[in-house]
Write a protein that binds this ligand. Structure first.
Ligand code: UT7
Length: 332
């Protein structure tokens, strides 16, 4: 079944979410919203918010430390660090380099890749391919986001949806065929970029007094359009990856979807004909943490023993770009 020439397995996972909890009722004090609206439209009850001075690299480093410890590896064993984030500490150096230094990793190639909420699946495929090439051995991959830093806290249509956090995984080669990361199906459609984007801060709209007055440095979203596209592309990616591996959905022990909106996941469940009890959910606690969403859920699913050795699991995500992806994993 595997199309990959050398097996690559998830050797360890880790996650970190900040201590500060912001509930829907807390948000109702700053924008015109309610717990009832947010919960019924999204399934979200609360989210975590990073402390002042706590950056994406700090959260990523904490998740990564846990992942390395679970994998039984030391920082000097890591030769590749890839980070997925849309909220890097700064445009450069990369958040991967910042995490490298925080962990004392001295002998690794480090880079960031940006594919928004699909970012973790993108870095997973890139890292797996580099390990398969034989040029790298032990990859640390991290999804980390401080979305609270780019939210418009006066815009009720976006600020209620997102939260902060980080998740990480260590990928290593394995001699056991047919185990670990079996296949990926990634995609992108730049033509739909403006349904979800942040216009300011890059070379198109560098920071000026005018860009700040026009609120260009905040995330903008046309939610209803994103909703429809999300269901469509995740259904497509999931069906394609199952079909190209000769599998049917009954063989999946667990689906870990990007945690954006419970209604999106429910629609996906009905279109894939996979019952909701096989979907791993934690968005009630964390909201949408973009690139951190899948690795936080993956780590919690391992720790909760929702996934065990031998299980076949499907990871599926969508995000700004648009980007999307699915991955099939056989737990070692
Ligand atoms: O990782 C990818 C990130 N993005 C997403 O996953 C977002 C995908 N989209 C969604 O999750 C949903 O479209 C939303 C949760 C964003 C919105 O839900 P919806 O059911 O599509 O609501 P809507 O945009 O159609 O808005 C319905 C009403 C509007 O009022 P009117 O025009 O009917 O009077 C909104 O102004 O709800 C209003 N509204 C709110 N009311 C209370 C929008 N946001 C809020 C709010 N509180 N926070």
């Amino acid at each position: 079944m595997s199309i990959l020439p050398r097996s690559v397995v998830i050797k360890g996972t880790g996650s970190y979410t900040p201590d500060t909890v912001k509930t829907n009722d807390d948000l109702a004090k700053i924008v015109d919203t309610s717990d009832e609206w947010i919960f019924t439209r999204t399934g979200i009850k609360e989210r975590r918010i990073a402390a002042d001075g706590e950056q994406a690299s700090d959260m990523g480093a904490k998740a990564a430390t846990q992942a390395l410890s679970n994998a039984g590896l030391n920082p000097e064993d890591v030769d590749l660090v890839i980070v997925a984030t849309i909220t890097p500490d700064m445009p450069f150096p990369s958040t991967a380099c910042l995490i490298q230094t925080k962990l004392g990793i001295t002998n690794a190639v480090c880079m960031d890749i940006e594919a928004a909420c699909s970012g973790f699946l993108y870095i997973m495929e890139v890292a797996a391919s580099l390990i398969q090439s034989g040029r790298y051995q032990n990859a640390l991959i991290v999804g980390t986001e401080k979305l609270s830093s780019i939210l418009d806290w006066e815009d009720r249509t976006t600020c209620v949806l997102f939260g902060d956090g980080a998740g990480a995984a260590v990928l290593c080669p394995s001699d056991v065929p047919g185990t670990g990361l079996l296949d990926f199906k990634l995609g992108a459609d730049g033509a739909n970029g403006e349904v979800l984007y942040m216009p300011g801060g890059g070379s198109a709209n560098p920071a000026t007094g005018a860009s700040i007055d026009r609120r260009l440095h905040f995330l903008k979203m046309r939610g209803r359009e994103v909703f429809k596209l999300a269901v469509k592309v995740m259904e497509k990616a999931a069906k394609e990856i199952l079909e190209q591996n000769g599998l049917n959905s009954d063989q999946l022990a667990c689906v870990i979807p990007h945690q954006a909106n419970l209604r999106i996941i429910e629609l996906l469940s009905s279109r894939l004909e996979i019952p909701m009890d096989r979907f791993y959910l934690n968005l009630e606690k964390y909201g949408n943490t973009s690139a951190a969403s899948i690795p936080i859920a993956l780590d919690e699913a391992f720790r909760d023993e929702r996934i065990k050795s031998g299980d076949l699991i499907l990871l599926v995500a969508f995000g700004a770009g648009l980007t999307w992806g699915a991955a099939l994993v056989r737990c070692p």
